[in-house]
Ligand binder design. Structure first.
Ligand SMILES: C[S@@+](CC[C@H](N)C(=O)[O-])C[C@H]1O[C@@H](n2cnc3c(N)ncnc32)[C@H](O)[C@@H]1O
Length: 310
C-alpha cells in the first residue's frame, strides 16, 4: 500500500481524496478539509487533560495541542467542537471509538471521560457503549489510600441508530458453557433447521430464549463484553501513549468492512493507520507533531506484510 506524508498546507483539495495519508497539522484545521460523510469509523485517543506535553520544543504548536488547556471546561469544549466537525465527516452508518483516561487534581478524580461523553451526547452524538479497557500490565503506583488505576474508558458513539456493527467479527470465547455443558436440545440442535430453542423441542421454555441460545452455542463465541483486558503494547518507548494493536483491531473489525475509510485525528505513532493497513482498510491520520507523524510513516512503510491474526 502506498502511504504519504502531507503537511496541512498541501491540502489544496478535499483530503478525502488523499487516503492512506498521514497529515501533519492541527486536526481542527485539517478536519475542515474532509468531505462530509466520507469516513466509516473514527478510532482515536486525544491527549488526556493536563497529562503530557507532546509538542515539546515546538513552542509554536503548544496552543494548538489538546490537553494543555488551563481549565477542564475549556478542554471539554474544544473536544466537543472538534467532534462536532468530525461528525459531519462520518458516514450516516459510521461510528466513533473514543478512548479517554481520567486525571486527579487537588486529590480529586475529575471524571473526565464521562464529562466528555455527556457533552458529546448533548451535542448530538448517540452514546452506544461504555467499554472498560482493563490493563493487566498497568504501571504500579505509590498510592496507598485508593486502588491503583488500571483502566481507561472507550466510548462507542454513532451518528444514527442504524450504524454498522459487525458483532461476529469480535465475538469472544464462551465461558459459561463448554463442549461438555449439558442443555436439553442444546448443542445437538445447533445449525439444524428449526434448531433454535423457540422452535425446537424446548419451545416454550423461557430459560432458552434466543438470546441465551446465542450466548451458549453461537459457533463464533459469545457477544463481546464491555470489559476488554488488553496489555499495553511494546512500542511504548517511542511515544508516550501508544494504542495496543489489539485494542484498535477490536474497534476496527466491529466498526468497518474491507476498503472502508478509517480516521484517527490524533494519530501519534500511527497505530490506527497500521492496523487499518493490516486489515485492508483505507486510512487518514492527522498528527500535530512532525516527529510523531514521521514515526507513523516509518512504521507504515516498514510493515511486515503478514497481518496479526485476531
Ligand atoms: C494519546 S496520543 C495518541 C497515541 C496514538 N493512539 C498511538 O497509538 O500512538 C495523542 C496525540 O495527539 C497529538 N495531538 C495533540 N493535539 C493535536 C492536534 N491539535 N492535532 C493533531 N494531533 C494532536 C499529540 O501530539 C499526540 O501524539
Amino acid at each position: 500500500m502506498f502511504v504519504r506524508l502531507l503537511s496541512a498546507q498541501d491540502l489544496t483539495q478535499s483530503v478525502s481524496q488523499h487516503t492512506n495519508t498521514v497529515i501533519v497539522g492541527d486536526s481542527w484545521e485539517v478536519v475542515k478539509h474532509l468531505s462530509s460523510e466520507s469516513i466509516q469509523s473514527i478510532i482515536t485517543s486525544p491527549p488526556y487533560f493536563g497529562h503530557r506535553n507532546y509538542s515539546g520544543h515546538h513552542y509554536e504548536l503548544k496552543n494548538m495541542e489538546f490537553g494543555q488547556e488551563q481549565q477542564l471546561s475549556e478542554y471539554v469544549e474544544k473536544l466537543v467542537e472538534l467532534f462536532t466537525e468530525l461528525r459531519r465527516t462520518l458516514k450516516p452508518n459510521g461510528t466513533l471509538w473514543l478512548n479517554l483516561g481520567d486525571t486527579y487534581r487537588n486529590n480529586q478524580l475529575l471524571g473526565i471521560p464521562w464529562r466528555v461523553a455527556l457533552s458529546l451526547q448533548d451535542s448530538g452524538w448517540i452514546l452506544r457503549s461504555e467499554i472498560i479497557w482493563n490493563k493487566p500490565n498497568a504501571m504500579p503506583s505509590s498510592v496507598k489510600n485508593r486502588p491503583t488505576t488500571s483502566h481507561e474508558t472507550i466510548f462507542l458513539f454513532s451518528k444514527t441508530t442504524d450504524y454498522y456493527y459487525n458483532a461476529d467479527a469480535i465475538r469472544e470465547p464462551h465461558v459459561t458453557f463448554s463442549d461438555k455443558s449439558k442443555m436439553r436440545g442444546g448443542r445437538n440442535h445447533f445449525g439444524k433447521r428449526d434448531g433454535t430453542p423457540e422452535r425446537g423441542k424446548n419451545s416454550g421454555n423461557p430459560n432458552l430464549h434466543n438470546g441465551r441460545w446465542d450466548q451458549a452455542f453461537h459457533p463464533l463465541g459469545r457477544n463481546k463484553r464491555t470489559v476488554w483486558s488488553i496489555s499495553l503494547g511494546k512500542f511504548r518507548e517511542a511515544h508516550f501513549a501508544v494504542f495496543p494493536q489489539e485494542l484498535v483491531e477490536t474497534c476496527l473489525l466491529a466498526g468497518s468492512a474491507e476498503n472502508d475509510l478509517i480516521l484517527d485525528p490524533f494519530l501519534g505513532s500511527g497505530t490506527t493507520a497500521l492496523v487499518a493497513q493490516q486489515h485492508n482498510r483505507q486510512f487518514i491520520g492527522i498528527e500535530l507533531v512532525p516527529e510523531y507523524a514521521t514515526m507513523a510513516i516509518n512504521r507504515l512503510r516498514n510493515l511486515d506484510a503478514k497481518p496479526k491474526l485476531f
